[in-house]
Design a protein around this ligand. Structure first.
Ligand SMILES: *Cc1c(COP(=O)(O)O)cnc(C)c1O
Length: 219
């Protein structure tokens, strides 16, 4: 794992250099979904501090074994069903995929401490994908900003999967334009196969699973 962490950090650094950006402005979120708590602990021991999980229930099972990792920040990067908001608000530091005013209001009611949130934006037509459309953003942003316990920091997107990283570029560029329009500083974009393109397009956060931990078991 140490070798893989070093390789991913080098990829981020080199992409930042090429783009004339400061690599320290790019956060690495280690995506540990479907890996056991021991993998999170090993990554933490190697210095990683931000972790992404997709499933509330799965993380609920791992969280007790991770309670002593006091500097870790856990992000929910997968779709959140509104009946799980209370559990999610207690388990995660960051909710990265808010996509409706209703979900924002439920999180506000459930939160007992300030919660960082991002909006997941859906920029493709895929039926299987969650996220708010660009047209829905003004209303959703206004709704989140009315929630005193939610702190809206930015946007997240996930382009349609292809193995050609360049195919992601127009989606990343669009997300950056939208973030600029609404004055949101954080851009969560880029995964194992397209992190370089994301960094070139302004990512402040890349979400990396496979390149750090290898192939996942199926959910
Ligand atoms: C699984 C997942 C990732 C990580 O993908 P890799 O290709 O394994 O790096 C990133 N973001 C989201 C939203 C995911 O579900």
């Amino acid at each position: 794992m140490a070798r893989r962490v070093a390789a991913v950090c080098a990829r981020v650094r080199q992409a930042a250099e090429r783009a004339g950006r400061d690599a320290s402005a790019i956060r690495l979120v280690a995506v540990t979904k479907l890996f056991p708590a021991s993998v999170v602990r090993e990554a933490y021991a190697l210095g990683l501090r931000e972790f992404g999980e997709n499933y509330v229930q799965e993380f609920e099972g791992k969280a007790p074994e991770l309670a002593d990792l006091s500097a870790a920040r856990f992000h929910l990067i997968g779709h959140l069903q509104s009946n799980k908001t209370r559990r999610a608000a207690g388990l995660f530091h960051v909710i990265d995929a808010v996509d409706s005013p209703k979900l924002a209001r439920r999180l506000q009611e459930a939160a007992t401490r300030p919660l960082d949130v991002k909006i997941e934006v859906k920029l493709s037509e895929e039926a299987s994908k969650q996220g708010a459309s660009p047209e829905q953003l003004p209303e959703l942003i206004a709704a989140i900003r009315e929630c005193s316990r939610l702190r809206l920091t930015g946007l997240l997107t996930m382009p349609p999967w292809t193995d050609d990283p360049e195919a992601s570029r127009p989606y990343f560029r669009r997300l950056r334009e939208l973030a600029g329009r609404y004055d949101l500083p954080e851009l969560s974009m880029g995964m194992s196969h397209d992190l370089e393109v994301a960094v070139e397009e302004g990512a402040t956060e890349v979400r990396i699973g496979t390149a750090l931990f290898g192939e996942r078991m199926r959910a």
